[in-house]
Design a protein around this ligand. Structure first.
Ligand SMILES: Nc1ncnc2c1ncn2[C@@H]1O[C@H](COP(=O)(O)OP(=O)(O)O)[C@@H](O)[C@H]1O
Ligand SMILES: O=C(O)[C@H](O)[C@@H](O)[C@H](O)[C@H](O)COP(=O)(O)O
Length: 448
């Protein structure tokens, strides 16, 4: 698959917005990358929000930068990988009535009288999700209760940004499934999930049909003339995109991605209407696109544990840190960690603040604590990969991707050691999400 013309690919991440130009085969054009750092507002009550307008502003700055450098010339297609599970309430004019709740926000709670799905196992198999605070089934009623002005609609972050730029922001099946409200096999909204969410279809973005493409509004086409005729595909879920961008777009390999958070996933063919294979109780399953699903487990602790360690410990920087870590053997760190500092992902309900460190002594160093945290993430994922492999009936090779493992040679070695004897290969390109989203767009045609 290749495109006619270059591709502008976004990664709408939790810690930054990135815009990259890729060639027609989705290979990054050297130097054509703009990035704006972005931090969710996090507090001790479990809030983890982003300001939607400011996020859009950061994305616009990235495109302005590429435009000013002449990098947008020849771009014919635009795609995006966007964080799964985000949501924001909108008024009748499509303006935000509050900030974006990210995947890290653990405040939403089901109303005391709500009882959840009739048959939890059937709901889990059908939607790949649970009735859990990560998903729109719990987030929408919670947001409604807290909004001073009644929301008219709800959107994910990616769809909000697309609406602002294109005038319409339909939701991909990948993002809709990450919201926990899609019937995975039928590829339609799940009626029971909408009823739990207390939402009508008209309050949600419309589902993007296979091959859907949008165009920039006149205001932005004037600002970036090189993009005036470019086709924009609906944002894909970042986990799905990361699998494809890591070379794990089919069941032959698992992808492990460590960005702000961490996840392990296997993609499988699943055309519309095909029945889905059994789903173990502790795994989620979302749509990758109209022809594939991705099954896996995610963790709120990933690269954000490194960010925490940098703030909280006396860590050396750069090469000095790598040299200190080189002295520590993965799997034999001496410090152990429960890395759930940010709480559990579904189906778990452990709140933030339940992280643990152990094995500390008077001579324990900052790099040892960091190594204990990174090792803890590897151990968690190694256990879950065994369950994930049961869905394909064999041991698989692993592709490692994401900004955190790209930045840390020690973390890559720790994964290789924790996952032995599997073959573990680090993906060379740190931008697996953006590249994967471009490849998903190239595979997306009107006939599904
Ligand atoms: N040397 C390092 N070791 C481990 N983690 C790192 C290192 N440098 C950066 N990180 C982490 O990598 C994460 C950024 O990865 P990235 O893939 O860009 O995230 P996202 O896509 O979620 O914005 C941050 O959480 C950061 O703390
Ligand atoms: O499979 C995945 O990757 C996760 O299911 C997904 O929930 C992810 O954790 C968030 O979308 C945030 O991703 P980042 O940590 O890359 O921002």
């Amino acid at each position: 698959m290749s495109a006619l013309g270059n591709i502008l690919a976004f990664d709408l991440g939790t810690s930054s917005v990135r815009a990259l130009v890729l060639d027609h085969d989705a290979v990054p054009v050297p130097g054509a990358l703009a990035r704006r750092k972005f931090s969710p507002t996090v507090d001790g009550d479990g809030a983890a929000t982003l300001d939607a307008q400011a996020y859009l502003g950061a994305l616009i700055e990235c495109v302005d930068e590429l435009h000013a450098a002449g990098r947008l010339d020849g771009v014919a297609h635009v795609s995006a990988s966007a964080m799964w599970h985000s949501i924001l309430p909108l008024d009748g004019a499509g303006k935000p009535l509050g900030p974006v709740l990210t995947w890290l926000d653990t405040r939403p709670r089901a109303h005391g009288r709500a009882t959840g799905p009739d048959d939890e196992a059937a709901f889990h198999h059908r939607t790949g999700a649970w009735w859990h605070p990560l998903y729109w089934t719990v987030r929408i009623p919670w947001l409604r209760e807290r909004s001073g002005t009644a929301p008219t609609a709800f959107s994910g972050l990616g769809e909000y940004v697309w609406s602002a730029l294109l005038g319409e922001g339909p939701i991909s099946v990948s993002q809709a499934s990450g919201a926990g409200v899609l019937d995975l096999a039928a590829q339609t909204w799940d009626a029971e999930a909408l009823s739990l969410a207390g939402a009508r279809e008209s309050e949600l973005p419309r589902l993007a049909a296979p091959g859907w493409r949008g165009r920039l509004r006149a205001e932005y086409a004037g600002r970036w003339p090189a993009l005036a005729d470019a086709d924009w595909a609906a944002p894909a879920g970042d986990g799905a995109a990361s699998n494809v961008g890591s070379g794990a777009g089919d069941a032959s390999r698992a992808a492990i991605t460590v960005g702000t958070s961490a996840a392990v996933r296997i993609a499988q063919e699943a055309p519309a209407g095909a029945s889905l294979s059994p789903l173990p109780a502790q795994l989620w399953r979302y749509r990758l696109d109209h022809t594939r699903v991705v099954t896996g487990r995610a963790y709120s602790g990933g690269g954000n544990l490194f960010a925490w360690a940098q703030r909280a410990l006396l860590l050396p920087e750069g090469d000095a840190l790598e040299a200190a870590l080189d002295e520590i053997v993965p799997g034999q760190v001496g410090v152990w960690a429960d890395p759930r500092f940010g709480g559990d992902r579904p189906p778990g309900m452990t709140p933030p603040g339940e992280g643990r460190l152990g094995g500390l002594g008077l001579t324990t160093t900052g790099p040892q604590i960091l190594a204990g945290l990174m090792d803890g993430v590897c151990a968690q994922i190694a256990d879950d990969l065994v369950v994930l492999e049961s869905t394909v009936g064999r041991t698989v090779d692993v592709r490692l991707g994401g900004g955190a493992v790209a930045a840390s040679a020690w973390w890559r070695r720790a994964f290789t050691s924790a996952l032995a004897p599997r073959r573990v290969e680090a993906v060379d390109n740190p931008e697996v999400g953006a590249v994967g989203a471009a490849l998903i767009m190239l595979a997306d045609h009107p006939n599904g």
